[in-house]
Design a protein around this ligand. Sequence first.
Ligand SMILES: CC(C)(COP(=O)(O)OP(=O)(O)OC[C@H]1O[C@@H](n2cnc3c(N)ncnc32)[C@H](O)[C@@H]1OP(=O)(O)O)[C@@H](O)C(=O)NCCC(=O)NCCS
Length: 165
Amino acid sequence: MPSLRRATPADAARLAELGARTFIETFGADNRPEDMAMYVGRTYGEAQQRRELSDPDHVALLVEEGEVLIAFAQLHRDGDAIEIARFYVDRPWHGRGIAQRLMDAVLELARDERARRVWLAVWERNPRAIAFYTKCGFRDAGTQPFLLGVDLQTDRVMEVELLSD
Ligand SMILES: CC(C)(COP(=O)(O)OP(=O)(O)OC[C@H]1O[C@@H](n2cnc3c(N)ncnc32)[C@H](O)[C@@H]1OP(=O)(O)O)[C@@H](O)C(=O)NCCC(=O)NCCS
C-alpha cells in the first residue's frame, strides 16, 4: 500500500530523477528534443529541486511504494490560492487511484491552509490530465502561455474554489 508524506530537501535527487523522467515520457514524443532538454535541465536539476524544497512557499507531496518514489505534487502558495505547479504519477501507476489519492491530499492541505482556490496550468494537448482534473472538480479558467525551450505553447488554466466566504 503506497504511503504519502511531505518532501524535505533531502528528497531533491529522487524528485529530480522522477520529475525529469516522467516529463520526458509524457511530452517527449510531441516536442523537439532541444526544447525538452533546455526545459528539463533548468527545471529538474537536483540543485533547482533542492532550492524549491527549501522555499517556505513551496510544498511537495510524495507517494512512495516502499522506498520507491511513484508520484509527486509540487505546490506554491500564490496569494490566497495554491498553485499545483507539477503533478506527476509514474506510468505503471496510472489508472490505479494514486493520482486521486494525491489530489485528495493536495485539496486537504489547501483547506488546512485556508486557501480560497487551487489552480493549475495544463498543456492544451494533454487530454488525460485534463480529464483527470475535470473528474476532480477543476473547471476551465482561461489560458496562459508556456515556454518549452524556445517553443511558445498554450496551457489551459483550471481551478477549483474551496471557500465561498
Ligand atoms: C495526469 C495523471 C496524474 C492522471 O492520473 P491517472 O491515474 O492517469 O488518472 P485517472 O486514470 O484516474 O484519470 C484519467 C482519466 O482520463 C481518461 N483518459 C485516459 N486517456 C485519455 C485520453 N487520451 N483522452 C481523454 N481522457 C483520457 C481516463 O479514462 C480517466 O477517466 P475515467 O476515470 O473517467 O475513466 C497521470 O496520467 C500522469 O501523471 N500523467 C503524466 C504526467 C502529466 O500529464 N501530469 C500532468 C501535468 S499538468
